[in-house]
Design a protein around this ligand. Structure first.
Ligand SMILES: Nc1ncnc2c1ncn2[C@@H]1O[C@H](COP(=O)(O)OP(=O)(O)OP(=O)(O)O)[C@@H](O)[C@H]1O
Length: 255
């Protein structure tokens, strides 16, 4: 299986203020490597501060790495390329649904995404919006709704529509399902799995919901203080973790 994305030796540090006058360096990510193929899901797990969001930010170009490389379909990703490639990797976070502009109809929000990143005409954008709403189990009429007119589940679908309308190859779900109640989460997970089967979309699932990881992730990477401790097939990582920290993590979180 050829890799959609390959990450090699990615490191990132931040300068943090300590008191009024001194600063210290925090190594948020240290020499992390992994790969992800089309139609696969990789879970990134680790406690708070382990570097999960930093990794996501590097992948979508919000932050630049200190060292290491990211290869997208075999091509090295450079800062200058992000404008060209930002439709290939999309990022959806915990409050994505709430971050929709309350004063704009859904169709306008989706038009804006397409206007910014494509050269499609108005009619082509209209068609793409209708297709995407349908893909997410929404109706064409929903384009005329404002965000507050949707239920929680529908709103999550709208947030997914905004992320998927550019036909990305990789979707990063950063705690995107954490706040949902269990039945809604199950609905959205089923939808994600269906979409993956239909389109070959790859997911980078950032979460500590280990039951969910076990259910949908093909591979799992355990991050601790920015270091990749365990990485491999989910069943192997869960059943035979190589590091004591991973063993404790698997036990400490109820699933
Ligand atoms: N912009 C920043 N400036 C300074 N330090 C940062 C910055 N972003 C992250 N860090 C530090 O880098 C480390 C990793 O943070 P990161 O947010 O990636 O962890 P995380 O695993 O996503 O945590 P959480 O689950 O709480 O979001 C932490 O020590 C954090 O304080």
């Amino acid at each position: 299986m050829s890799n959609l994305i390959e990450v090699r030796g990615l490191s990132k540090s931040y300068q943090k203020a300590r008191g009024m006058f001194s600063r210290h360096t925090v190594l948020a990510l240290s020499n992390v490597s992994f790969s992800l193929a089309a139609g696969q899901t990789l879970a990134i797990v680790g406690e708070t501060g382990s570097g999960k969001s930093t990794l996501a930010k590097l992948l979508v170009g919000i932050e630049q790495p200190d060292s290491g490389e990211i290869l997208l379909a075999g091509q090295q990703l450079n800062c200058a390329d992000y404008q060209k490639t930002n439709h290939l990797i999309r990022y959806i976070f915990q409050d994505a649904a709430r971050s929709l502009d309350p004063n704009q109809k859904i169709a306008n929000i989706l038009h804006d995404v397409l206007r910014y990143s494509t050269v499609l005409s108005f009619e082509q954008r209209e068609r793409k919006i209708a297709d995407t709403l349908k893909l997410l189990g929404l109706l064409n009429e929903h384009g005329n709704y404002y965000p507050h007119m949707f239920s929680g589940g529908q709103l999550q679908r709208v947030a997914l529509a905004r992320a998927l309308i550019l036909d990305p190859k990789i979707l990063i779900l950063d705690e995107a399902l954490t706040a949902l109640d269990p039945s809604l989460r199950a609905q959205i997970v089923n939808l994600l799995l269906e979409l993956q089967q239909k389109t070959g979309l790859a997911y980078l699932l950032i979460t500590n919901q280990l039951r969910l990881v076990r259910h949908i992730a093909d591979q799992t990477l355990v991050l601790h203080k920015g270091i990749s401790l365990d990485y491999g097939d989910t069943s192997a990582v869960f059943e035979n973790p190589q590091h004591e920290y991973s063993r404790k993590l698997m036990k400490s979180i109820e699933y």
